[in-house]
Ligand binder design. Sequence first.
Ligand code: ZN
Length: 461
Amino acid sequence: MKNLGVLFFTTLVSHQICWSQSNSDSLMLDKIHHEILMHGECYENLRFLCKNIGHRLAGSESAAKAIAWGKQILENCNPDSVFLMPVEVPHWTRGNFERGSYRKENGESSTLALTALGGSVGTNGTIKSQVVEVKSFDDLKSLGEEKIRGKIVFFNKAMDAALINTGAAYGGAYPIRGAGPSEAAKYGAVGCLIRSLTLADDNYPHTGATRYQDSIAQIPAAALSSVASRQLSVDLKSNPSLIFELTLSCEAFPRTMQSNVIAEIKGKDFPDEYITIGGHLDSWDIGEGAHDDGTGIVQSIEVLRSLLAIGYKPRHSIRIVLFINEEFGNDGGETYARVCKEQNLIHVAAIESDGGGFTPAGFSCETNDSQFLLFKSWAPLLEPYNLFKFRQGGSGVDIRPLKDNRIALFGLQVDGQRYFDYHHSNNDKFENVNKRELELGAAAMASLVYLIDKSGIPANP
Ligand SMILES: [Zn+2]
């Protein structure tokens, strides 16, 4: 009896502690959401970044302006320190002219919506050539050099619309953009066209990085909009020998120095243990880099602003990092991880938002089992905010290089069904970001930061 009584009492007490802890946690999450939804600044910050600075490819003048802006905005939040971390980045420009056209059978000229792939060489004049349409690298192999030499290869492969995870659909088509030009050049192609990596049926072409393989001829490469891809494919069926004229004025320059922008608050209990929150400040050089990744940038800044605004004193040191050059080589992420390692900086966690500023759904994480169990135990606290997704999976390209056997990596998960409508295109603009969805994402991130900071993250066994 006595033992049972003690057990009952102990259970009651621990339950009460548990209840009061989770109650104070839920009050804190409520406070964070209230601050961001009622006094948030992320939407106006995004408007400034998109409209006053615009797209900001690493190495460009506008990226330099974005770095100065980011530093100023972080300083305005009044953290303990704000500093720049030098990062070497590539410098490539698309130039001011890009055009793809051909004459239809009836003699009419048809100009297609296209945009050079990032890193493409220019055409040095205009390439005039027949087009071979393929769907895959295997198709190249079966056609062989005889049918490809001297022609433009057109990879007309759509993202798989049957996949619910649009990121997976993107991943499936991605090798065509990244490696397609070199694969085509191996068979003697003189140019490369791809169908844009998008699920939208519209006339916006989508750019993105392409990478030439060493010792393979570098051929010019561009993406056609989904509508233009369909049109070219139809016209090739009726006139397989049509002559495509491609002009691109891209140029590569020597690598140059830019910076990650970092704000830091020192932790009161564990000043030597860090939680990093970030997104990437660079974007592609068309559109305004709104969803990719202006939203991740202003949400990360909002995490800092809101926690300071409600007077929260973190136990761990917190860093907001605006990474430079995720898009074309991940130099910001690689440099940050290298410098942290050189300084023996201990990271307990990192969180990235780089999936668009859409309605948040939860978090994906790269953790060990005990870290994942702790993370899952926070589900009841996060579910009132419609955050239901807690799964193992990729976190973020910028924070990925921090991976070691201590850190827990998290990626903000959003409803990504429309992300690839905008991604890397002229349509990625401020007007396509919803204020409330953006703020809810920032509040979800700040909530996770609070829970990690309060509980700590268990180290690997
Ligand atoms: Zn991105």
